[in-house]
Design a protein around this ligand. Structure first.
Ligand SMILES: Nc1ncnc2c1ncn2[C@@H]1O[C@H](COP(=O)(O)OP(=O)(O)OP(=O)(O)O)[C@@H](O)[C@H]1O
Ligand SMILES: [Mg+2]
Length: 482
């Protein structure tokens, strides 16, 4: 670990001695200053982890400098150096927030040891602060942006049912905000100051999922050299979020059912039955009802999970949320990238509203994040969001990623992109009138209607004036539709 250290002492010899001691044995960066007033100026411009200061100095003493450090860089740790005669004052400095003092003359080891303890203490404090902040964050409901009737009524119900102990199943396409809703259920519940634990059923290999969930006892299998707590133990009194529950094997489904039904479980290899006090929330982007019909998901487990069910609509079915979400993400990523972005130009907004968004809110978020990074003015323009658009060919979907797909998949991808581009174009030209668009294209009205359904294209988006500006073309991007 290397830190940035500022040493302040009016004796220049002391400064060079300390610099030598510190840089000889460590990787810390050391700045020195003999004038405490100048040291204050340096601190205004540069951040330090540790300030080592003498106590008696002309212009400003060590206690005065300590006050300035507290004001300018409250996270920096202060070490006071003092001659024996001023020990009393050194003790006072500690009362005022200095980390430690060193009496002069000192030994090399003493200064290095104190410095190491100071940096360790600081790292620990930082970790604690981060931990506390993340716990506080967990207690606060996450900000969910919505104005569409479908989402606002879902969010109202979320608040209502959060306080009950009922198990909740959240279904919806990828990126629609299932995890966000799960977190908000926890935050609005009476368990908000207890843990929210997530188990991602896709991320954990089948062989170890049981031990991850329920823990194991020493000797349960090769490599189990001590007892291990499971996520169910961690989530006790709190909420356990079973993410991507549709991925769970039949064997695990049976074990989970027992936990949900009886509130009981056993650690792998353990003999004792344990009792869990847990609120369960599950999410999936599969249609679980269909999976139960196909017998790949247990029906009894489905009903246990689906005591209360929410289905989050895909973004293309709640386009009125898009402007709010765009502004929310502009604020979020503007702040993160220290850019003040006031707005987005109306034409670009119309285009965003007309897109298909197969990756839902997550995809929109990624597009805005990229736009904020690329944007060079206070307003985001189309080319910031989709640089590939400015030199788009008629088949702009045909890019490098397409070639790396198997022939059949590539062909499907290109055809889908062609459908998207073509249908958007004819609907735009005919202001959303399907019959006229079909006539222009030489297609049967029903056929066009069916294609629109398959591609999730709604004529409504082309009827108002704003949408007439929208190019509405969905450019295929690797990782979204392909
Ligand atoms: N209504 C919303 N308001 C603000 N941010 C949102 C909203 N919906 C989704 N997001 C953001 O979009 C991203 C995806 O959301 P989330 O992870 O909750 O989706 P998901 O449905 O769990 O997706 P997946 O099925 O792929 O896991 C997150 O960064 C989330 O913060
Ligand atoms: Mg998720």
């Amino acid at each position: 670990m290397s830190g940035r250290i500022l040493v302040v002492d009016d004796e220049k010899d002391m400064l060079s001695l300390l610099r030598r001691i510190i840089t000889e044995k460590t990787l810390h960066k050391v700045a020195t200053e003999h004038d405490p007033l100048k040291a204050v100026e340096i601190m205004e411009k540069e951040a330090f982890d540790v300030v080592i200061t003498d106590l008696k100095m002309p212009g400003m003493d060590g206690i005065g400098l300590l006050g300035e450090v507290r004001r300018i860089q409250p996270r920096a740790v202060v070490i006071i150096m003092t001659a024996y005669a001023t020990i009393e004052t050194a003790v006072e400095a500690i009362r005022k927030g200095a980390f430690d003092y060193i009496s002069k003359p000192f030994r090399k080891e003493r200064i290095l040891l104190t410095l190491r303890r100071a940096l360790d203490w600081q790292a620990l404090t930082r970790e604690n602060v981060a931990l506390r902040e993340s716990l506080e964050q967990q207690k606060k409901p996450p900000s969910i942006v919505a104005s569409s009737p479908a989402m606002t009524s879902t969010l109202d119900s979320v608040k209502q049912v959060a306080k009950s102990m009922a198990t909740i199943l959240i279904q919806g396409e990828s990126g629609t905000g299932k995890e966000l809703v799960a977190k908000s259920i926890h935050a609005y519940s009476d368990r908000s100051d207890k843990p929210f634990v997530t188990i991602d059923c896709t991320a954990i290999p089948e062989q170890i999922i049981e031990s991850e969930l329920f823990g194991h006892v020493k000797g349960a299998f090769t490599g189990a050299w001590k007892d291990k707590r499971g996520l169910v133990d961690e989530a006790n009194q709190g909420t356990l979020f079973l993410d991507e529950i549709g991925e769970l094997s039949m064997v695990m489904q049976a074990k989970l059912l027992r936990l949900l039904q009886e509130g009981e479980y056993k650690a792998v290899g353990g003999l004792n039955t344990k009792h869990a006090d847990i609120r369960f929330v599950a999410a999936t982007n599969y249609d679980l009802e269909q999976r139960t019909a196909e017998k790949t998901f247990r029906e009894d487990l489905f009903y246990r999970l689906n005591v209360i069910g929410f289905r989050l609509p895909p973004l293309r079915e709640r386009r009125e949320d898009i402007p709010l979400l765009v502004r929310h993400f502009l604020g979020k990523y503007g702040k993160l990238n220290r850019k003040e972005i006031r707005d987005i130009d109306p034409e670009t907004m119309s285009m965003l509203m007309a897109r298909h968004w197969p990756g839902n809110v997550r995809q929109l978020e990624n597009v805005i994040e990229r736009g904020v990074i690329l944007c060079r003015s206070e307003q985001i323009m189309l080319e910031d969001l989709m640089p590939e658009r400015s030199h788009a060919s008629p088949l702009s979907c045909f890019n490098g990623a397409t070639y790396s797909l198997p022939f059949k998949k590539a062909k499907e991808a290109v055809i889908r992109a062609f459908h998207q581009e073509y249908i958007h174009a004819i609907l735009r030209q005919n202001k959303g009138n399907i019959s006229r668009a079909a006539e222009q294209a030489g297609l049967q009205r029903q056929y066009l209607h069916r294609l629109m359904k398959e591609e999730n294209i709604s004529a409504e988006n082309f009827k108002d004036d704003a949408a007439n500006h929208a190019s509405g073309v969905e450019v295929l991007q690797a990782g979204t539709q392909l």
